[in-house]
Design a protein around this ligand. Structure first.
Ligand SMILES: [Zn+2]
Length: 88
């Protein structure tokens, strides 16, 4: 019965192919649409504008001082230095 062995072989190849496809897809997750290539993370997050340079930074990474947002500690310090001098 050669045909049964052939069918089993085909089934085995099909299963292996599915497994390979699944592992390949799970290692590279995509949410269906690939029209947002600039974003690496797939968790939507509020973007805050840096008051120093204007760059938009995720709220979890932004530095917040006195209701102002900054992309990094350097820009926060720069902005504070500038505005403290203005006040004096
Ligand atoms: Zn900045």
């Amino acid at each position: 019965m050669g045909i049964i062995r052939l069918v089993l072989l085909a089934a085995a190849i099909w299963l292996a192919w599915r497994l390979i496809k699944q592992t390949f897809l799970s290692s590279k997750p995509q949410n269906g649409n690939s029209d947002t290539p600039s974003r690496d993370d797939n968790t939507p997050e509020a973007m805050l504008r840096c008051d120093q340079c204007g760059v938009h930074t995720p709220s979890s990474q932004a530095f917040n001082v006195k209701g102002h947002h900054f992309c990094c500690a350097e820009h926060q310090q720069l902005w504070l230095d500038h505005h403290e001098r203005d006040e004096q």
